[in-house]
Design a protein around this ligand. Structure first.
Ligand SMILES: *Cc1c(COP(=O)(O)O)cnc(C)c1O
Length: 516
C-alpha cells in the first residue's frame, strides 16, 4: 500500500494516529488467523468475510476457534509454568460471563480449563456441555436458594460465597441436601484496578465481597467478636459449619488491567489474611483465587502484557510473601474471561447511510485554535447493528477500532464515527477511527475485539433480532449460535387469539374521522 499523507484531524483523540497503511491489520487487535487476501478481502483462516456475510448475513459475530483455544492454552501453560515450583500449578477458570454458549463450553472443557458461572443460567449452559461439576464455580452477590441448591447437587468445585448471610444459607442448604459445599470466600482486598493504574484503599465501597477491615459495624455474624472484620467472621462461621468445606479465599480486583501491580498487592493482602486465619484457627486454607481482569487491546493505544510476564510477576510476589509469612503456598487459581475470548472475535457489519459534518475543533474539546471558525470534517458511517449487539461504548464509553473488510482500502483516510441504526444519538459503535473516505452502502466493516461482553449483553432494543455467532476453524465456518428471526421476536409476546371466523370485528368507520 502507498503511504498516505493525510493529516491528523484536530477532532481526533490524541492516541489515534492516521494509518500509514489502511490495509494493515494490527496484530494485537485481531485473532491470530485473520489476514487480508490479495483481493483486499479480510479472511479468517482463509475464509473471506464476503462469503460469511453472504451466507449468514450481518451483523455477525465471527470467532476464530483456534485463537480462542490458543489463548486459553496460553493462560493455562503460562501460569502453570510460573507457579510449578511454588504450588504445582494453577487452575484456570474461564469466566463464562464474558461469552458463553455450549460450543464454547466444550472448547473450555477440551482445553482442560475450569469454568466460572455467576447465575443458574450460566451454570445450566456449562452442565449442558458436559463439564463436570468439579470443574465449575458459582459466583454472585445475591444467589438464590435455587441456584445454590443446583450448585450443591451438581457437586460444584467451588461456590464463591460473597456475604456473611450466604455462609449460613449455603451451609444450611448443603446440610439439607445431605452434602458438603466446597466454598471459597470472596474478599475485598481494597485494591481497585483501573485501566492503566490501580488504587489501594482500606475500604471497599461496592456491592461485592467481604471486607478485610474491621470498622464495618457490629452484629453481622456470630463467629467472631465484634472487633473482627466481616472476612474474619465469615471464616469463623464457615469453619464451624458442618455443611461447608472451606477451601480458601478469592478476590477479583477489576477488569481490563494491564499492569501486574494490582494483582500483586491483592495477593499480598490475601496471603496476609490467610496467615491471620492460621494464627487464629490453626488451619492453613489450601486455595487462593486471584480472579480475572487481564486487559486486551481494543485500539492501537492499548498495550497488554503477555500472560507469561504477568504470571511470572505474580508468582514472584506470591512466593516471597509466603516465605515471609512462613505459609505453605496455597493452590492458586485465576479467572480470565476477556483476555481469552475478546480478541478471538470480530463483528462484521454492512455499511449503509453516510454523511459528513463539519465540527468546530474548539467546541469538540480539542485545543483552542488561533482561528476558532475553522471546522473539520467528521464522517458518520451507519451500520446495520449498534448498541443492541455492542452496548459497551454506551455503557462504559469503551473505544473500539474498525477496518474496511470487503475490499482494499484506497481512498484517503478521514476521521470517522461508526454508528448503529438505533433510535438513540448515543448509539456509537466506534467513536473515532480513520476510515477510507469512500466507504459507502454495501461495504463490510469489521470491528475487532468484540468477543467479550458484547454478544452476552446484546438486546432486542428497537426489536432488532440478535445476531448469530459463527466459528471458523480449518477453513470451515459453522454456526454456533443461530441468529434470531422475526418469529423469535414474537415468542414471548402473549398475542390475542385470532378472531374466530363467524365473529367479525366490530365495524369501524373506515378512518373517515381519523386525521386528528
Ligand atoms: C467478570 C469476572 C471475571 C472475568 O473478568 P475479565 O475481565 O473478563 O477477565 C473473573 N472473576 C470474577 C469474579 C468476575 O466477576
Amino acid at each position: 500500500m502507498a503511504m498516505t499523507s493525510a493529516q491528523a484531524s484536530p477532532l481526533a483523540p490524541e492516541w489515534l494516529s492516521v494509518p500509514a497503511d489502511q490495509a494493515r491489520l494490527d496484530a494485537k487487535l485481531w485473532a491470530e488467523d485473520v489476514d487480508r487476501g490479495a483481493d483486499g478481502v479480510v479472511r479468517v483462516d482463509g475464509v473471506p468475510v464476503t462469503d460469511l456475510a453472504a451466507q449468514y448475513g450481518t451483523p455477525l459475530f465471527v470467532v476464530s476457534e483456534r485463537d480462542f483455544r490458543t489463548r486459553a492454552a496460553t493462560f493455562r501453560d503460562a501460569f502453570d509454568e510460573a507457579f510449578a515450583d511454588l504450588c504445582g500449578g494453577v487452575d484456570v477458570f474461564y469466566a463464562g460471563k464474558s461469552f458463553l454458549c455450549t460450543e464454547v463450553a466444550h472448547w473450555v472443557r477440551e482445553e482442560g480449563l475450569g469454568l466460572d458461572t455467576c447465575s443458574g443460567g450460566e451454570l445450566a449452559v456449562a452442565l449442558r456441555a458436559g463439564l463436570p461439576g468439579s470443574r465449575l464455580g458459582l459466583h454472585g452477590n445475591n444467589k438464590s436458594a435455587a441456584e445454590i441448591v443446583r450448585a450443591i447437587d451438581a457437586g460444584l468445585g467451588r461456590i464463591v460465597v460473597d456475604s456473611i448471610q450466604e455462609v449460613a444459607l449455603v451451609g444450611d442448604l448443603a446440610v439439607q441436601r445431605g452434602r458438603t459445599a466446597n466454598v471459597m470466600l470472596r474478599l475485598t482486598p481494597g485494591v481497585h484496578a483501573h485501566t492503566h493504574e490501580f488504587i489501594a484503599t482500606a475500604h471497599e465501597d461496592q456491592k461485592f465481597g467481604l471486607s478485610l477491615t474491621t470498622d464495618q459495624g457490629p452484629g453481622q455474624g456470630s463467629g467472631g467478636d465484634d472487633a473482627s472484620s466481616p472476612a474474619a467472621r465469615a471464616v469463623a462461621d464457615a469453619l464451624a459449619h458442618p455443611g461447608i468445606e472451606l477451601l480458601g479465599v478469592h478476590c477479583h480486583i477489576g477488569s481490563q488491567i494491564f499492569e501486574p501491580e494490582g494483582f500483586e498487592l491483592a495477593a499480598q493482602r490475601l496471603l496476609g489474611f490467610l496467615a491471620e486465619v492460621r494464627d487464629r484457627h490453626g488451619v492453613e486454607l489450601p486455595e487462593l483465587d486471584l480472579g480475572g481482569g487481564y486487559g486486551i487491546a481494543y485500539t492501537e493505544a492499548d498495550e497488554p502484557r503477555p500472560a507469561r510476564e504477568i504470571a511470572q510477576a505474580m508468582a514472584a510476589v506470591v512466593g516471597a510473601t509466603c516465605r515471609d509469612l512462613g505459609l505453605a503456598v496455597p493452590r492458586i487459581s485465576i479467572e480470565p474471561g476477556r483476555a481469552i475470548v475478546g480478541p478471538s472475535t470480530f463483528t462484521l457489519y454492512t455499511a449503509g447511510t453516510t454523511k459528513t459534518v463539519r465540527v468546530d475543533a474548539a467546541a469538540n474539546g480539542s485545543e483552542v485554535l488561533e482561528d476558532t471558525s475553522v471546522t473539520h470534517p467528521r464522517r458518520y458511517v451507519s451500520v446495520d447493528g449498534g448498541m443492541s449487539d455492542n452496548p459497551r461504548p454506551v455503557l462504559y464509553g469503551a473505544d473500539y477500532s474498525a477496518v474496511l473488510a470487503s475490499r482494499t482500502p484506497e481512498a484517503a483516510p478521514v476521521l470517522s464515527r461508526v454508528v448503529g441504526k438505533h433510535c438513540e444519538s448515543g448509539d456509537i459503535v466506534v467513536r473515532d477511527v480513520y476510515l477510507p473516505e469512500d466507504i459507502g452502502a454495501g461495504d463490510l466493516l469489521a470491528v475487532p475485539g468484540t468477543g467479550a461482553y458484547c454478544w452476552v449483553l446484546s438486546s432486542n432494543y428497537n426489536y432488532l433480532t440478535r445476531p448469530p455467532v459463527v466459528a471458523v476453524v480449518d477453513g470451515v465456518a459453522r454456526l454456533i449460535v443461530r441468529g434470531e428471526t422475526e418469529e423469535d421476536l414474537f415468542r414471548r409476546d402473549v398475542q390475542r387469539e385470532p378472531a374466530s371466523p363467524g365473529k367479525a370485528e366490530p365495524a369501524t368507520d373506515s378512518g373517515a374521522s381519523r386525521t386528528a
